[in-house]
Design a binder for this molecule. Sequence first.
Ligand SMILES: CC(=O)SCCNC(=O)CCNC(=O)[C@H](O)C(C)(C)COP(=O)(O)OP(=O)(O)OC[C@H]1O[C@@H](n2cnc3c(N)ncnc32)[C@H](O)[C@@H]1OP(=O)(O)O
Length: 438
Amino acid sequence: MTPIYLSAAVDALSAARLRENGLELRLVDTTDAAELGSWLQAEFRGFHEGEPSAEELAADLDGVTFRRTTGVWDATIAEPELPVATVSSWPMQLTVPGERSVEAWAVSSVTVAPTHRRRGIARALLEAELRTAAAAGVPLAMLTVTEATIYGRYGFGAATLTAPHTIDSRRARWIGPTPAGRVHFVSPANLLADGPAIVERMRLAVPGEVERWPLWWKKMLGLVEPTSASSRAIRTVRYDDENGVAQGFAVFSVRDKEDYPAGLTVKHLVAASDDAYAALWRFLVEIDLVGDITVPLRSVDEPLPWLFDDRRAAHKVDERDHLWLRILDLEGALEARRYSAPGSFVLEVADPLGFASGTVLVRVGDDGAARVSPADASADGIPRLSLTVNDLATIYLGGVRASVLHRAGRVAEGRPGDAQKVDAAFRSPVAPFTSIWF
Ligand SMILES: CC(=O)SCCNC(=O)CCNC(=O)[C@H](O)C(C)(C)COP(=O)(O)OP(=O)(O)OC[C@H]1O[C@@H](n2cnc3c(N)ncnc32)[C@H](O)[C@@H]1OP(=O)(O)O
């Protein structure tokens, strides 16, 4: 049976709004290669990529059919079969504090052709996604963003931060642990078999982490166009612990080889144990003929600098928002995670789009589980915060403190000190992080 998220009709309100402007909002039949192929071409163009190669197109035609795929068409343009806007979505598991997983509505492929920008098309698409997700009973929507200025207006808030890192290999003398396991070179095809289980073990330990899907693995490992120069440059290693169990992997390539020392880019590194983390980084920084290492997507709270004699050998080069969350069901979202301190507090949440407004009493038990109910007069006198649904999304995974948003004038306290009391409950022992783009 087709899952409801794929078969649900296109949102009537957004379809009507676009129709008034001569545009058609429609779901793509992902079994129709011509129609999905046109949609994919529009998506590639929307992200300023060149025309997809035959291999890329074939991989996408096969690999994105699990998504709800929506387009907007304009019958008056020169080549009307190509949509002028794209979006795709699917339910995906998101880790929340307490090593728990919750279903969230992933939104991706948001593009509007430059010929049709700033006419409200993205707004129609995003609002349609939120209404469809809420109707399907999914408590949260999420996306990884190209710009920080686009999604706040739809109630999303920045929920995980990320920091690209750089390492000066020549300066990085190892003082970290020496794990008993071994690092092995393995082929990308072998990692395709071992990688998912390693990721799944790591995923529950890190709030903000998400599931992967088969096409993501193939793209990350260079298996879609294996003969291209960038794919052939990919090297893959796996760390096996002393019992021979695979606990981590790194995907990297050496660049700038015209003159040694060369540079090395770590495309992806996943460690399901501290030993795997240490062994993989030691392996990478001790590779000969390499002078510097670039790591585009890492947590803001990496142990990395502390593994070296000179901690300045590794540092963050930036810090930016990455995963944005949108709470659609206040009770469902707040009860899905676990909290770091028992106690009660009231949240007065404003949501201009109306999905998650309300004033709720959150009672956290000794086990960290929360019971959420409408707040009444009996809740007077307990810690209270008034905030937007965006800012609730920002503190939801525990990476940003309510007291910091209070100091920024974004969150109001019932009484002085209430934000710090709420901090203690929302705090996550592990910095939230999302290690992929989707
Ligand atoms: C999850 C993801 O896929 S992230 C990827 C997002 N996509 C991209 O970055 C691809 C390149 N950009 C685009 O395709 C388009 O510019 C989009 C999708 C970002 C915006 O599409 P548009 O149809 O032009 O947006 P639309 O006209 O609906 O604008 C709605 C509102 O957003 C604002 N807005 C739109 N784009 C931007 C932007 N890039 N930065 C700031 N504000 C923006 C508009 O000003 C408008 O504001 P208002 O409601 O206050 O009047």
